[in-house]
Design a protein around this ligand. Structure first.
Ligand code: TRP
Length: 341
């Protein structure tokens, strides 16, 4: 009997700080669910080298964040027995693959990448865009193809990276007349669920905006943050009719409260007038505490045992090296530069 080849997942995050509940709903939850189907070989990458492309002068931040992100992964249920967690900088084959792929991509094509364009503006690089940052979509193509990943669960903003990867795969396979590399498909969060607003009502939850609830926040911090949340500025007295659209507390309840009927009732009451902000915030606090407490507990257990975390990362990276080196060998063979083998 033929054994069916497993699908392969590769995804990851830049370690530039702790992960927050936006990461959780936008991708982490999805990854854990996919991992637990047992249908995939799953690789989760801590993309420290990509993080360095715009943090080269602050490597300490990246070094520190490496453990933070690893702890967040383990805390949400990424299971090292089921998934391989790897550290990008420990896989030299990725850098060499990037060099080979750079020859297949034009500068003008890279300039058109919408995600990179937006980031260049956001980061205020002006004319001083680090070359490594500019080409990171190519290095991301190396990340994905090194593992022959066909499935890449990511946020919506990563679609251009996948398109770039598919182009590189097609160009490579055409030029070298090989079928070595695999075209990946993205798996995106369900519509409306991929992004949660910040505590202040800003469309994006982000560290730089200071509007996050972190997976590692303690119970008191979560409560304080919830009680300070943006609601409906026109809802002044309890008896005033309130708005639920654009009201961050209700957006969070829609995402996190498993009791949808109850949420519907609260919305009705709020819109009619007579339901106070403090009351719904208390309810949201309970809902969030229930979601985050087990995550925080597990995080604390791993944090008390960083040697074990390092072992997970070392073993994950060792396995990743075996797989990526094999792909690199095939790529070098295809190009014809394995002169002395
Ligand atoms: N660009 C991703 C981010 O911003 C991180 C990343 C690096 C990644 N390599 C990847 C994601 C490969 C998916 C696949 O978080």
């Amino acid at each position: 009997m033929m054994t069916e080849k497993k699908h392969v997942i590769l995804t990851g995050d830049r370690p530039t700080g702790k992960l927050h509940i936006g990461h959780y709903v936008g991708s982490l939850k999805n990854r854990v669910a996919l991992q637990n189907t047992g249908k995939y070989d799953t690789y989760i990458m801590i993309a420290d080298q990509q993080a360095l492309t715009d943090n080269a002068r602050d490597p300490e931040k990246i070094r520190h964040s490496l453990h933070q992100v690893a702890l967040d992964y383990l805390a949400v249920g990424i299971d090292p027995k089921k998934s391989t967690i790897l550290v990008q900088s420990q896989i030299p084959a990725l850098s060499e693959l990037t060099m080979h792929y750079l020859n297949l991509v034009t500068v003008s094509r890279l300039k058109r990448n919408p995600t990179v364009k937006t980031e260049i503006k956001q980061k205020k690089f002006g004319e001083s865009v680090p070359a490594g940052f500019f080409i990171y979509p190519v290095s991301q193509a190396a990340d994905i193809t090194a593992f022959k990943a066909d499935t890449v669960p990511v946020g919506d903003d990563q679609e251009p990276m996948l398109e770039q990867t598919r182009e590189i795969v097609r160009t490579f396979n055409r030029i070298y007349q090989q079928d070595i590399l695999v075209e990946p498909e993205g798996v995106f969060p369900p519509k409306g669920e991929g992004r949660i607003p910040g505590l202040d009502g800003n469309a994006k939850m982000s560290k730089s905006l200071g509007n996050c609830i972190y997976l590692s926040d303690d119970a008191d911090t979560i409560q304080k943050k919830v009680m300070s949340m943006y609601t409906d500025p026109t809802h002044i007295k309890v008896s005033d009719p309130g708005h639920v659209e654009g009201n961050t507390v209700f957006t969070y309840l829609d995402i996190f409260d498993p009791d949808k009927e109850h949420v519907a009732k609260l919305k009705e009451q709020y819109q009619a007038g007579g339901l106070g902000d403090v009351k719904i915030k208390r309810h949201l606090n309970e809902v969030l505490q229930a979601v985050l407490e087990p995550i925080r507990k597990r995080r604390e257990e791993y944090a008390a045992n960083l040697d074990y975390v390092d072992q997970i990362l070392t073993e994950g990276s060792a396995k990743a090296n075996r797989v990526a080196n094999q792909t690199l060998k095939e790529v070098r063979d295809a190009i014809g530069i394995n002169y002395f083998d």
